[in-house]
Ligand binder design. Structure first.
Ligand SMILES: *[C@@H]1O[C@H](CO)[C@@H](O)[C@H](O)[C@H]1NC(C)=O
Ligand SMILES: *[C@@H]1O[C@H](CO)[C@@H](O)[C@H](O)[C@H]1NC(C)=O
Ligand SMILES: *[C@@H]1O[C@H](CO)[C@@H](O)[C@H](O)[C@H]1NC(C)=O
Ligand SMILES: *[C@@H]1O[C@H](CO)[C@@H](O)[C@H](O)[C@H]1NC(C)=O
Ligand SMILES: *[C@@H]1O[C@H](CO)[C@@H](O)[C@H](O)[C@H]1NC(C)=O
Ligand SMILES: *[C@@H]1O[C@H](CO)[C@@H](O)[C@H](O)[C@H]1NC(C)=O
Ligand SMILES: *[C@@H]1O[C@H](CO)[C@@H](O)[C@H](O)[C@H]1NC(C)=O
Length: 224
C-alpha cells in the first residue's frame, strides 16, 4: 500500500528564550538544517501519508503549559528513479547503425508533480531534440508518471559518447538515469579510389581506405 510509506520529518522545537518559555516549531526534511541546540524528533517512523499530509503540529513544555506556533506538514512524494530505455534493446552499450533512427525513452517513476525531463549526450544538452510526453496518472492521479522520447539518428561523430537523461520536478529535486554508451555501427565506406581508365591487358591495383566499425574481417571485391 502506497500509504504505508515511511516518512521522516525532522521537527525542530526551539526554546526561543529561557525567560519567556516561548517555543518555535519548524520542520525540515533535511537533518543538516537542524540547529545544534534544537530537539530533533522523527515523527513518527511510520505514518499514514493521508493523515500526515496537512496535519498541524505544535511543541512545548508540559510543565509550563506553553506551546509553540502550529506548523503544518505537507507530504511530497519525490522522484526516486528515472529509466532510460530504447525501443531496440536495453544492452549497454547500445548499438545504433549509422543513419538509422532509434527511439530512446526516458520515464520518471511516479512523483507528486510532473517532472521535466532533460537529455544529455556526453554532457551536451540535447533536450531540444526530444519531445516531452503527456503525464500519465498513477494511483488515482495522486502522482504522475512523466516521460520523454528522443528520436535519435545514428551519427558516427557520437560513437563512444554516453547518453543519459535527468528528471527534475517542481521542487527542484533531480535524479539521473543510468548512463548508456552509444556504439555507432557503420557500413564500410570505401573512399579515395581514384579514377582509373583500364586499358585492356594492363593490371590494375586498387588500395581502398576502409573505415568501418566494427572493422570488417574481410573484403570481397566484385569484378564485372
Ligand atoms: C498533500 O496536500 C496537498 C494540499 O492539500 C496536496 O496538493 C497534495 O497532493 C497532498 N500530497 C499527497 C502526497 O497526497
Ligand atoms: C524503433 O523506432 C524507430 C523509429 O520510430 C523505428 O523505425 C524502429 O522500427 C523501431 N524499432 C523497434 C524494434 O520497434
Ligand atoms: C520509484 O521506483 C523505486 C525503485 O524502483 C521504487 O522503490 C519506488 O517505490 C518508486 N516510487 C514510486 C512513487 O513509484
Ligand atoms: C536544456 O535544454 C532545454 C531545452 O533547450 C532547456 O529548457 C533547459 O533549461 C536546458 N537545461 C540546462 C540544465 O541548461
Ligand atoms: C553528425 O554530427 C555532426 C556534429 O554534430 C553534424 O555536423 C553532422 O551534420 C551530423 N550528421 C548527420 C548525418 O546528422
Ligand atoms: C547527474 O550526472 C551529472 C553528470 O555526470 C552530474 O554532474 C550530476 O551531479 C548528476 N546529478 C545527480 C542528481 O546525481
Ligand atoms: C578516363 O576516360 C574518360 C573518357 O575517355 C575521361 O573523360 C577521363 O578523364 C579519364 N580519366 C582518367 C583518370 O584518365
Amino acid at each position: 500500500m502506497e500509504n504505508q510509506n515511511r516518512f521522516y520529518i525532522y521537527v525542530l522545537c526551539l526554546s526561543i528564550t529561557a525567560y519567556t518559555s516561548a517555543f518555535l516549531l519548524t520542520t525540515s526534511s533535511d537533518r543538516a538544517t537542524a540547529g545544534r541546540d534544537s530537539i530533533i524528533l522523527t515523527v513518527p517512523g511510520t505514518f499514514d501519508k493521508d493523515k500526515l499530509n496537512g496535519s498541524r503540529w505544535t511543541c512545548g513544555s508540559q510543565i509550563q503549559d506553553k506551546v509553540s506556533n502550529p506548523v503544518q506538514v505537507y507530504v511530497d512524494i519525490p522522484i526516486t528513479k528515472v529509466d532510460l530505455t530504447s525501443n531496440l534493446s536495453n544492452e549497454n552499450p547500445i548499438k545504433v547503425v549509422s543513419g538509422s533512427k532509434h527511439l530512446f525513452i526516458c520515464t520518471a517513476n511516479a512523483s507528486q508533480s510532473a517532472a521535466r525531463i532533460q537529455w544529455y549526450l556526453s554532457g551536451t544538452n540535447i533536450t531540444d531534440q526530444a519531445s516531452a510526453q503527456p503525464s500519465i496518472c498513477s494511483t488515482g492521479c495522486e502522482t504522475v508518471i512523466s516521460s520523454s522520447i528522443l528520436s535519435y539518428i545514428g551519427n558516427i561523430t557520437d560513437n563512444g559518447k554516453t547518453m543519459y537523461c535527468t528528471a527534475v520536478n517542481g521542487e527542484g529535486q533531480s535524479v539521473n538515469s543510468t548512463m548508456k554508451s552509444i556504439d555507432i555501427l557503420y557500413q564500410p565506406i570505401i573512399s579515395d579510389i581514384p579514377d582509373y581508365n583500364v586499358t585492356e591487358g594492363n593490371t590494375l591495383s586498387i588500395f581502398p581506405i576502409i573505415d568501418a566499425n566494427p572493422q570488417p574481417t574481410f573484403l570481397v571485391e566484385s569484378s564485372r
